[in-house]
Design a protein around this ligand. Structure first.
Ligand SMILES: [Mn+2]
Length: 465
């Protein structure tokens, strides 16, 4: 389909009318970083327009009950993939602002049902605009350009910059609004997580994708910095990536590229610079060395809230609360990190990583299904980076089903493997469903189907890996 942003602008103008005409609004948004950010943009927009509204964060498989008393129901960062027959025939108007692959055809907005989705207009919803980005485009029709920073955060939270190392398409336009408002800074930097808050040697020890001597080894990381003549502290303060001069960053870049190039098969070498550097986004109104200052770290803090079913705390912080809500969010982050560390050592101490020919997996029984993906990503650095890591755990409901999560090195994705598509096919063959990104995806499968799933998955990768 041809790119037709103009048609999307027309739809956004219609959405603007729908919102203005409504006196009470119900918002359902996805319970992840993108969805919570989307909810914050909508809620701030409603506040400014003085429209009564209520907001609820839900999973993609939760189709809400129809509440007839609301004049307008908005779905953000979800809705396009859901059957909404009840809503479609109801008296209540419906607005969907989503970027996931749509199941319905493009909507005209007649009968009070308007769905706005970039995929309907030839615009890619995985890399060019997030759910929060779609909500920002609506906020922009009211002139609220200052909410653009939240649109940047949602794109980063949705990993829309993960393959190219920067925001592109509509996301780049949203970033530009943030830069013009003096709210967001964009810098090309080392792609090492923890720019503001992590001591540099700790951040380096978590540097992933390829196993290096510094991986999970802080002493080696300290030695690495010494060899490059980079001090690890500044007086009493441990230096973070944010403190480094560009010359120092340049030395780290060169050395990391050299070390990694030695570790990977020749065909991967050309992808290495993309793993080591990328654009970082900074929120200029936030305090330096706070986790809110860096988009990537902010999104982790929001994820910690959503994964432990505490999205409203993150919502408050996004809407400006830097008091109680921020304290609570920091507490939640701490608990989250403790939980992860505990589960990580349990997997390692019990040697729970099992290797098959083309993949590796662990049975994470007892791990919360919301964090099984995070754990799979972390444990990958203790396994074999050349193969995907798959984690299994039970779902929260009574069905006895399994939640499956997969993470892999970005090198496999750069090489053209899309595990989201693969997991979708394999899950369907065992009576489940799945999908997601090329290097981070998941599925739900019936209990008792784990072995069959693994066998099929392993076979599918023959000749691909
Ligand atoms: Mn999203």
């Amino acid at each position: 389909m041809a790119v037709n942003g103009k048609d999307m602008d027309k739809s956004l103008a219609k959405a603007n009318e729908m919102v203005k005409e409504s006196e009470d609004v119900k918002i359902y948004s996805h319970i992840d970083c993108d969805g919570i950010s989307a909810g914050a943009i909508l809620s701030l927009t409603m506040d400014r327009l003085e429209i009564d509204h209520e907001i609820e964060f839900i999973n993609l498989d939760q189709i809400p009950e129809l509440e007839k008393e609301n004049e307008l129901t908005i779905f953000s960062d979800l809705g396009s993939g859901q059957k909404l027959d009840n809503f479609q025939t109801s008296q209540s108007k419906v607005l969907i602002l989503d970027h996931h692959p749509p199941v319905r055809k493009i909507s005209s907005g007649e009968n009070g049902f308007l769905e706005i989705n970039p995929n309907h207009h030839g615009i890619d919803g995985s890399f060019q605009v997030s759910g929060g980005g779609m909500c920002y485009l609506l906020a922009k029709t009211f002139g609220y350009h200052d909410l653009s920073w939240i649109g940047v955060l949602s794109a980063v939270g949705d990993m829309q910059n993960s393959l190219s190392g920067k925001l592109t398409g509509i996301n780049a336009g949203i970033l530009e609004d943030g830069v013009n408002k003096g709210l967001v800074g964009s810098v090309n930097d080392l792609a090492i997580y923890g720019r503001q808050t992590r001591p540099l040697f700790v951040a380096l020890s978590y540097f992933g994708d390829v196993k290096l001597p510094i991986t999970n080894n802080r002493n080696e990381a300290i030695q690495f910095l010494k060899n490059l003549d980079i001090p690890i502290r500044n007086g009493k303060k441990q230096r973070t990536l944010y403190d480094l001069s560009s010359a120092e960053k340049g030395r780290i870049f060169t050395e990391l590229v050299r070390m990694m190039s030695r570790e990977v098969p020749p065909r991967y070498v050309r992808y290495i610079p993309r793993l080591v550097a990328g654009d970082a986004y900074e929120f200029l109104k936030e305090e330096e060395y706070s986790p809110l200052r860096d988009a990537s770290e902010f999104s982790t803090a929001i994820n910690a809230c959503s994964r432990h079913k505490n999205p409203n705390v993150a919502l408050k912080v996004l809407k400006g609360d830097r008091g109680m809500a921020l304290d609570e969010m920091e507490m939640q982050g701490k608990e989250h990190r403790q939980y992860l560390a505990q589960k990580m050592s349990w997997i390692q101490e019990e040697d729970r990583i099992i290797h098959l020919k083309n993949l590796q997996y662990f049975q994470g029984n007892g791990i919360k299904s919301e964090v099984i993906g995070t754990i799979a990503g972390m444990i990958l650095s203790y396994g074999d980076w050349r193969k995907p890591m798959i984690g299994f755990t039970h779902t929260n409901d009574e069905s006895g089903g399994l939640k499956v999560s997969l993470r892999c090195s970005r090198l496999l994705a750069f090489d053209g493997i899309h595990f989201g598509h693969i997991i979708n096919k394999v899950a369907a063959k065992v009576g489940g469903s799945g999908g997601g990104h090329s290097m981070a995806c998941g599925a739900y499968i019936p209990g008792g189907k784990q072995d069959e799933f693994l066998k099929l998955f392993d076979e599918t990768l023959n000749g691909i890996l």
